[in-house]
Design a protein around this ligand. Sequence first.
Ligand SMILES: NC(=O)C1=CN([C@@H]2O[C@H](COP(=O)(O)OP(=O)(O)OC[C@H]3O[C@@H](n4cnc5c(N)ncnc54)[C@H](O)[C@@H]3O)[C@@H](O)[C@H]2O)C=CC1
Ligand SMILES: O=C(O)[C@@H]1CCC=N1
Length: 263
Amino acid sequence: MIAIIGAGKMGEALLAGLLGTGHGPGDVLVTEPRAEHAAELRERYGVRTVPAAEAAGADALVLAVKPQDMVDLLDELNPHLGAGTMVISVAAGITTAVLEKHLGDGVPVVRAMPNTPALVGKGMTAVTGGRAAGADHLERAQELLRAVGEVEVVAERHMDTVTAISGSGPAYFYFIAETMVEAGVAMGMPRATAQRLVRQTISGASAMLGESGEHPVVLREAVTSPGGTTAAAVRELDRHGVRTAFTDAIEAARDRSRALSEG
Ligand SMILES: NC(=O)C1=CN([C@@H]2O[C@H](COP(=O)(O)OP(=O)(O)OC[C@H]3O[C@@H](n4cnc5c(N)ncnc54)[C@H](O)[C@@H]3O)[C@@H](O)[C@H]2O)C=CC1
Ligand SMILES: O=C(O)[C@@H]1CCC=N1
């Protein structure tokens, strides 16, 4: 039995991803304190919603509450944990040391950082194991998360960078998409047309990146005709320091993830 505690944006994406890839609604318990949302989840997915103390007996607990709510939740779960229950936290910044401190040293914990494309089975998750997590626990966590996309095992020191790159990463693409749509509208294009062009362009570009195995520079060069339109656009991006802005943004996300571990 898998229990998802906190079915907000990320918890629900994992729930939907798991149910879409072979897990039945009877295999998953959900804890969600917002009563109205809990009712929607029961209706939409056919899962059972239960209090945290009951969910704590599942074989694998996936904790998807906000980092700021995590310590209270860990303290609430601690007395109810089943023997051998593995705990997977997806919270940004919450270290395996914090999880162990509040759950007990012998509890196998895995810190994971997924992203919302898990909802459509295209997630990217990085995982790292705590002190009591053996190879079998890490394998079980990977197997569970592979249901919603790809999984990479990383050293814990990289987890804040993972959060900044793949955890928050989808938002950067939506930001670009939003900007491209608005640019089209500003130039007089009907909004629906701009949205269609941008949606298919970004999903086509992503598919090429994913399927070709080419470095992004090679793919960008193939679009950049000598003396043409793309070169003119890229020159403007460079003039405005967009590369530096992106690097600074990703560093800010990494630093925020670090700060969240300090409470
Ligand atoms: N949204 C994203 O793209 C990603 C989020 N995460 C992590 O997932 C966690 C949740 O983030 P979001 O889903 O964006 O936030 P959210 O605010 O949408 O979801 C949090 C959920 O937890 C519930 N909750 C609060 N206290 C609870 C408790 N004591 N027991 C059970 N449920 C409780 C809330 O009602 C809410 O549904 C965060 O720790 C975040 O760092 C990780 C990767 C990506
Ligand atoms: O914004 C956040 O804090 C979470 C973690 C990664 C993506 N969303």
